[in-house]
Design a protein around this ligand. Structure first.
Ligand code: HAM
Length: 419
């Protein structure tokens, strides 16, 4: 038997109702906050990701699905969406028409990481990106949107962590300050971090190896090295969050796994997820549009990891299953034929109706109605058709009433809608 590729998964019908609930709610909120949808391809030129995410990151060094296509081009399945959104913003001249714009995009991403709970090789993200705004209130507004999503989904146990990574003015000084500290940690750092120590020392904050994590506990804090402009920016982000009473924790080790960030970075973490505890992450990337060949426009955004969000919500035992409203138990060929007609009419009226085609006994049809969890069952035999009235059974109260065959669909639809 041919099985799934390792790290990939099917999302089964028993789970898709919850996925759709999340997707609909988030989409609505994004639109309320002024975002428009952009749809981007899954495949891009490899160079796009190398240049934006950074050649020294885990993603670009070892996690991309890259291949040479028949024309000799190096192509990559997107490991994230920000680079593609920026490419589209430049390529279609969106910046010229609407330099300040808010775009969202959803879909699968691909990273060849070691699969484990909450970490897949194909996973889903909802991305929100804002272009053209330097103002720190844009960062705060995005975080407010993210925390509103968390709140509306009634997700408990999710905490917001924030940091500032400075800018090309002040960050080099921090990097220099980090180097002597790291030279004293040779014993503790893993071989990967030792290799990165000189070229990209800030990446070491993102290493998940326990000895590296421990070694970095005493590392200097970037927040002590911010220039005046970056400090003021971060202060406004924090005071704006305070104003909307959004609780947060400042975490000076939050560097994120991608190199394009400047100033604000943030993550939403949920302990219940275990080792892979980030539900969402994002930040400001003021140099990225220019680095990819566009104008000097700032950007800030976030991505929600939908798989992890769903895992958290599923664990909170809310039921999102969409059960049918109505089952029609039809006995006899004429009743079956009429029921077939009614089922389609109910569906046209947005009432989810089901029936059996097998002409089974009433007992076995009632068992099926129970199993489906419908609120009502219509019981109809050839005799009832002759009498002009069928039985409508409320499956919760077990009460039964007669409903005239004439005008039946309208009457039952009204009954279900007023439930
Ligand atoms: P990221 O932190 O790499 O950021 O990913 C965002 C979220 O995607 C994570 O918090 C996590 O929930 C989910 N995620 C990442 N990798 C996996 C995986 N292997 N399996 C399951 N879920 C995963 C970005 O991708 C940035 N582009 C976010 C951003 C947008 N920054 C600015 N704009």
């Amino acid at each position: 038997m041919i099985r799934l590729v390792r790290g990939f998964k099917d999302i089964l019908p028993s789970d898709t109702a919850l996925w759709q609930h999340v997707e609909v709610l988030v989409r609505e909120l994004l639109e309320d906050f002024g975002f428009s949808e952009l749809r981007i391809p899954i495949l891009e030129q490899t160079e796009l990701f190398a240049r934006s995410i950074g050649t020294g990151t885990d993603i670009v060094e070892k996690e991309m699905y890259t291949f040479i296509d028949r024309s000799g081009d190096s192509l990559t399945l997107r490991p994230e969406a920000t680079a593609s959104v920026v490419r589209a913003y430049i390529e279609h001249g969106i910046y010229a028409k609407t330099p300040e714009c808010k775009l969202y995009t959803t879909g699968p991403m691909f990273r060849r990481e070691r699969p484990q709970k909450g970490r897949y090789r194909q996973f889903y993200q909802i991305n929100a990106e804002v272009f053209g705004l330097h103002d720190p209130r844009a960062d705060a507004e995005l975080i407010l949107l993210l925390m509103t999503i968390v709140g509306r989904l009634e997700l408990s146990g999710a905490g917001l962590h924030i940091n500032s990574l400075g800018c090309p003015e002040c960050r080099p000084q921090f990097r220099e300050a980090l180097k002597p500290f790291l030279r004293g940690q040779t014993e503790e750092l893993c071989s990967n971090c030792l290799r990165r120590r000189d070229k990209n020392p800030m990446r070491i904050f993102d290493c998940k190896v326990p000895t590296c994590k421990k070694a970095m506990l005493d590392a200097p804090s970037i927040l002590d090295y911010l220039c005046e402009t970056c400090r003021a920016h971060f202060e406004t982000v924090k005071s704006s969050l305070d104003r909307f009473q959004i609780p947060y924790q400042i975490n000076h080790r939050l560097v994120r796994g991608l190199d394009y960030y400047t100033r604000t970075t943030f993550e939403v973490l949920a302990e219940a997820l275990g080792a892979q505890d980030a539900v969402a992450g994002g930040g400001r990337y003021d140099g990225l549009v220019k680095a990819l060949g566009g104008p000097d426009q700032p950007g800030v955004g976030f991505a929600i990891g939908v798989d992890r969000l769903i895992e958290l919500l599923a664990a909170q035992a809310q039921s999102f299953e969409r059960r049918p409203h109505l089952f029609i138990a039809a006995l006899g060929l004429r009743a079956q034929d009429t029921a077939f007609q009614w089922v389609q009419e109910f569906r046209m009226q947005k009432v989810r109706a089901e029936m059996d085609f097998e002409n089974r006994s009433l007992k076995s049809q009632m068992r099926r109605a129970d199993k489906l969890g419908v609120s009502y069952t219509l019981i109809v035999g050839d005799r009832e058709l002759d009498d002009g009235a069928v039985v409508l059974r409320n499956m919760t109260t077990k009460e039964q009433e007669n409903v005239p065959v004439q005008d039946l669909v309208r009457l039952v639809v009204n009954r279900i809608r007023t439930e």
